[in-house]
Design a protein around this ligand. Sequence first.
Ligand code: 5GP
Length: 132
Amino acid sequence: MATIFSKIIEGDIPCHKVAETDNHIAFLDINPIAEGHTLVVPKKEIDYFFDLPDALMEETMDVSKTIAKAIDETLNPLRTGVIVQGLEVPHAHVHLIPLYKENQVMALGHNVNVSEDRMLEIKKQIAARVDL
Ligand code: 5GP
């Protein structure tokens, strides 16, 4: 069965998309742990991140780097952190987490409230700075 991320890639489920290339899509996490929490997802449906073929993993990290820089420019965090977990959605992805203070908890489940209007605003601002 297709993963929820494949359904997003197919356009069957909406998302706040910040970028798309032939092999990747990036969108805001629906349950952010920080404003601007973004997922970078290879379109090829592979469950475990460390099963990605080398070239695809390299491309995933290149895309993640570009988007992290766009997040940094847009939201001005101290820096952007990375989580690779995959315990909920069996489709490899990278979490990009803007870190706004030194003692910020960077763990999935520690959600923050971000309004729909703010999600739309952030998505547009990040997307405008991504050049892929
Ligand atoms: P993980 O699989 O790395 O443990 O976590 C999956 C992440 O995907 C979670 O942070 C969760 O909030 C996010 N997520 C799950 N379903 C959706 C969805 O339909 N849309 C978006 N934008 N994010 C989702």
